[in-house]
Design a binder for this molecule. Sequence first.
Ligand code: TYC
Length: 99
Amino acid sequence: MSEKVVYKEDTMVNYEKPKMYKVILLNDDYTTMDFVVEVLVEVFHKSPADATQIMLDVHQKGKGIVGAYTYDIASTKIAQVEQMAATREYPLVAVMEPE
Ligand code: TYC
């Protein structure tokens, strides 16, 4: 006797990859190099060596990609950069753009 399996409910599965957003750090003339490295380590979980390399790259080129994240995570990290910069009165800015 053959048996048929019937699922009571269909399950919708989203196979789409989430849209990713690049977080871009902008150079300025006033934020100290040490503070930028501190932000990259604390907010973006970079190693001190990677953070230093990214900071120098931004310093030389004017801007640089820190990483790519989902919209919510990128927004949160940008707000954390803004908060840390405001507390220390530095003009450091990070922005995001779709990948
Ligand atoms: N240009 C800054 C200085 O010479 C250092 C700096 C690097 C600032 C990266 C911002 O995103 C930045 N003190």
